[in-house]
Design a protein around this ligand. Structure first.
Ligand code: AMP
Length: 679
C-alpha cells in the first residue's frame, strides 16, 4: 500500500531571533510574500523571526527568515524575507481550521497578502486561543538547511565569517562594520542591548554595560581573585551561580557565561539577517591559553544561543589557517602574535601541505589593549589633577568618559605623533574641562611594561620548546593591539624580521574559522593541536601533580591510580596550569567515584583523555578487576573548601614567571570603587 502523500498544512514553527524559545502556531493566511500567524505571543513589530512551515507530519516544507510587519487581534502579520515559498506552494497549503471555542468569537477574515500591514503596533486585547494552545513548544528548529559560520569571539569585538564557493567572507554587523562590539547593556526594565547599541550606551550607563566578559567566562570565582581582577573592569564583579564570575547589576549577578551567550546570539541573528538563511552551527575560536572549563563554558554559551558548536579552535591556529589558505605546498614555521583587547597569545605553528601542527603555545588572559586604555586613562586623570589642582574621586561616569577618550587617543597615536584629549565639563564643581595632550613618546613609555611582558612570555614559550627566534620563518600579527607601532617594533626586534602583511589582524581569526567549516571539496585544512596547559590534581600540601602535561599532542590520554577511602569513594580535585602550587592554577572540578566495590581503600584507575578538539573525558575502572565504575565531575563544592582541605603549599620553591606590572591608578580606583565583599 502506498504511503499517503503528506499535505502541506499551514502551521509554522518560529522563534524570535533574540530568544531561545520556539513557538508553533497556525497560520491564518499565506501567500508567496507573507502570512498571518495566529499566535498569542507575537514578536515585536519590526523584528525578525526564524520561521519554518510544516506539513501534516510535522516535516519542514520551507524554512528561513520573516519580518514582523504588524500585530492584530489574533496574532501577527509577517512578510517573508527568505523562506522559499512560491505561489504554487502557497496555493497548496491547507489552512487548519481554528479549534472552535463557543464562548469566543471566531477569527475575523484576514487581509490577503501582500500588501503587508503598516508597521503600527496594535496591542492584543483578548486571548482568542484555548489554554492548550498557549504553551510554547520549546524545541530547536531542524536546521539541516542552515549554514555553518566561523566566529571569533573577541574580548572587545566579535567577528563572524562564512564560506562561499570555497572563499571565506566576513559577515558585516548591523551598522555595516566588520565586527560587533562584545558588549551588553541591561536597562532597569530588563531590556538589554548587545553590540553597537550597547557600546553607544556605555557612557550613559557605565554600571549597566558589561564588556570584556571573555576574560572571565568559565572561570571559577574566588574572592581574592575577584578583588584582583576588579581592577580591569569598570563595573562591579560578583559571584554568579555555580561559582562563576558575573557582573553585578542592580541586585542581580549576571554570569559572564550568560553574557557570552547573548553576544553569540547577536552574532547568530546578525548573520541570519545578512545571509537570509538560518545559521545551523558554528566553529568558534578561543584563546589558545583557555582552560578546559573556559572552553566548555563557550560551548555552553553557544548552545544557549541556538548554535551547534562543531568545533572550538584556538585563535592563533585559525589565524595560521587564514595565512596558509591559497598557498598550496607551502611549508613554513610561523609565529602568531595574537594581541587583542584583553588577551595575549603566542603560538608557533608548522604549516605543511594543508596541515597545521601547533608546536607550542602560551599567553596571558590579562594583558591586552584594554589595559593600554586603563594606563592612558590613569595618565589623563593624574595630569588633569596636576594641571587643575582639582582633586577628584572619579565617578563611574567619569571613568567611562576617560576610558573612552583614552581608547581614542591610543588609536590616534597609532598614526599621529600626539593627540589632545578634551572632555568638556569633566568636573561639575568647580566646573572644569579636562584637556591633556598625550605625545607618542609618553604613550610608549606608559605601555612599555605591558609590551615587555608579552615579549617575555613569547621568549619563555619558545625557550620551553627549545626554539629560538631564528627558527621562525614568518610572523603573523593578529588582534587590534598589534596596530600599535611600539608593539610592531618589539616583535620586529625579537624576530629580526618584518611581520607578514598577508593577513588582516582584525579578520584573520574569523576567516580561518570559516575556512574550517568547509567540506572535503573545499580542501578543508587538517589541524593538529596540543594541550595548552597541564591538567593535573591537587595533592596534600597544595601540591599540583600534572597528569597530562602542557604541550601533549592531541588526542592524548594518561592514567593515574589511587586508593579510595574506607567508604569506597574518591574525590580528586582537578586543576589546570603550570604552577607547582595548585592554588595558583585554575580549579576545574573534582572527579568523584563512589562504588561499593571500592570499600576499604579499593584501588581506582582513572583515565583523563582529550580528543583532537581538546574536549576532556574521564573514565574510571576498578584497578584490579578492570570493571568500569560510574564517574562524576563535580563543580558544586566551594573552591575555598577544596583548597583548605589540601592544606598550605609545601612543595618546591615556585618558578619565576614574567613579572605582572603593578595596577594602574585607574585599576586601583576601580578596585576601591567596586570593593569585593565576602560570600
Ligand atoms: P580585538 O580583540 O582583536 O578586537 O582588538 C581590540 C583591541 O585593539 C582594542 O583594545 C582596540 O582598542 C585595539 N585597537 C583597534 N584598532 C587599533 C588601532 N588602530 N590602534 C591601536 N589599538 C587598536
Amino acid at each position: 500500500m502506498n504511503e499517503p502523500t503528506p499535505r502541506p498544512v499551514a502551521r509554522a514553527r518560529w522563534s524570535p531571533l533574540h530568544q531561545a524559545a520556539t513557538f508553533e502556531d497556525r497560520l491564518g493566511e499565506v501567500s508567496a510574500f507573507g502570512a498571518t500567524l495566529r499566535t498569542r505571543t507575537p514578536a515585536p513589530v519590526g523584528s525578525e523571526i526564524r520561521m519554518e512551515l510544516l506539513d501534516d507530519r510535522g516535516e519542514s516544507v520551507a524554512v528561513g527568515l520573516a519580518l514582523v510587519d504588524g500585530h492584530e487581534a489574533q496574532g501577527m502579520v509577517v512578510s517573508f524575507l527568505a523562506l522559499g515559498v512560491d505561489n504554487d506552494l502557497a496555493a497548496g497549503l491547507v489552512l487548519e481550521a481554528p479549534r472552535s471555542r463557543p464562548s469566543r468569537p471566531s477569527l475575523p477574515p484576514q487581509p490577503s497578502l501582500p500588501p503587508p500591514l503598516p508597521r503600527a503596533a496594535v496591542s492584543i486585547v483578548e486571548d482568542p486561543f484555548a489554554e492548550e494552545d498557549l504553551e510554547p513548544a520549546i524545541e530547536p528548529l531542524p536546521l539541516e538547511l542552515g549554514v555553518v559560520i566561523g566566529i571569533d569571539l573577541g574580548t572587545t569585538n566579535t567577528c563572524a565569517a562564512y564560506l562561499e564557493d570555497g572563499r571565506p567572507r566576513i559577515i558585516p554587523g548591523r551598522t555595516g562594520t566588520n565586527t560587533i562590539p562584545s558588549m551588553i547593556t541591561f536597562d532597569p526594565d530588563g531590556t538589554w542591548y548587545v553590540g553597537q547599541r550597547a557600546a553607544d550606551r556605555q557612557i550613559l550607563h557605565p554600571l549597566r554595560t558589561v564588556y570584556g566578559s571573555k576574560r572571565l567566562v568559565g572561570r571559577t570565582y574566588r574572592r581574592e581573585l575577584a578583588a584582583e581582577l576588579q581592577q580591569h573592569f569598570a563595573y562591579p564583579l560578583g559571584e554568579a551561580e555555580g561559582q562563576r564570575f558575573g557582573a553585578r547589576i542592580d541586585n542581580r549577578v549576571i554570569s559572564m557565561d550568560t553574557i557570552a551567550a547573548r553576544v553569540l546570539d547577536e552574532v547568530r541573528s546578525t548573520a541570519e539577517a545578512h545571509l537570509k538563511r538560518p545559521v545551523r552551527g558554528a566553529i568558534i575560536t578561543v584563546p589558545a591559553y583557555f582552560t578546559e572549563v573556559q572552553r566548555e563554558a563557550v560551548r555552553r554559551a553557544a548552545r544557549e544561543a541556538n548554535l551547534e558548536v562543531l568545533r572550538v579552535v584556538n585563535e592563533p591556529t585559525a589565524a595560521a589557517v587564514a595565512y596558509g589558505h591559497n598557498q598550496p605546498g607551502k611549508r613554513s614555521r610561523v609565529a602568531v602574535w595574537d594581541f587583542g583587547g584583553g588577551t595575549f597569545d603566542f603560538s608557533v605553528v608548522d604549516l605543511q601541505d594543508g596541515e597545521f601542527q601547533v608546536v607550542t603555545t602560551g599567553g596571558d588572559n590579562f594583558v591586552g589593549g584594554n589595559d593600554f586604555d586603563d594606563i592612558i586613562a590613569s595618565h589623563l586623570l593624574a595630569e588633569f589633577q596636576l594641571q587643575t589642582r582639582v582633586r577628584i574621586d572619579p565617578t563611574p561616569q567619569q571613568i567611562a568618559r576617560v576610558r573612552e577618550a583614552a581608547e581614542q587617543a591610543k588609536r590616534a597615536l597609532s598614526s599621529l605623533p600626539e593627540h589632545t584629549v578634551e572632555l568638556p565639563s569633566f568636573v561639575q564643581k568647580p566646573l572644569t574641562d579636562l584637556r591633556v595632550t598625550v605625545t607618542l613618546q609618553t604613550f610608549e613609555e606608559l605601555i612599555q611594561p605591558l609590551i615587555d611582558r608579552t615579549v617575555a612570555i613569547a621568549k619563555q614559550v619558545m625557550n620551553e620548546s627549545d626554539l629560538v627566534p631564528s627558527d621562525i620563518d614568518d610572523v603573523l600579527l593578529v588582534g587590534g593591539t598589534t596596530r600599535v607601532p611600539a608593539v610592531q617594533r618589539s616583535v620586529e626586534r625579537l624576530f629580526l624580521r618584518r611581520p607578514s602583511r598577508r593577513i588582516n589582524p582584525d579578520e584573520a581569526v574569523a576567516l580561518g574559522a570559516a575556512l574550517l567549516t568547509g567540506g572535503a571539496e573545499d580542501g578543508v585544512p587538517t589541524l593538529r593541536d596540543i594541550l595548552p596547559m597541564s591538567i593535573g590534581y591537587g595533592a596534600e600540601g597544595l601540591r599540583f601533580v600534572p597528569v597530562v602535561s602542557r604541550g601533549a599532542r592531541l588526542p592524548a590520554a594518561q592514567r593515574v591510580e589511587l586508593d579510595a577511602d574506607l567508604l569506597g569513594s574518591v574525590h580528586l580535585p582537578l586543576f589546570q596550569g603550570e604552577s607547582a602550587d595548585a592554588s595558583h592554577n585554575e580549579y576545574l572540578c573534582s572527579i568523584v567515584v563512589e562504588d561499593r566495590s571500592l570499600w576499604d581503600k579499593g584501588r581506582v584507575a582513572l583515565q583523563i583523555s582529550f580528543d583532537e578538539h581538546c574536549v576532556m573525558a574521564v573514565e574510571a575502572r576498578h584497578a584490579r578487576t578492570g570493571r568500569a565504575l560510574p564517574v562524576r565531575l563535580d563543580r558544586t563544592r566551594a573552591v575555598e573548601d577544596v583548597l583548605r582541605e589540601l592544606g598550605s603549599y609545601e612543595g618546591p620553591a615556585l618558578e619565576e614567571r614574567p613579572a605582572v606590572p603593578a595596577p594602574s591608578l585607574l585599576g586601583r580606583t576601580l578596585g576601591k570603587l567596586f570593593k569585593i565583599f565576602g560570600r
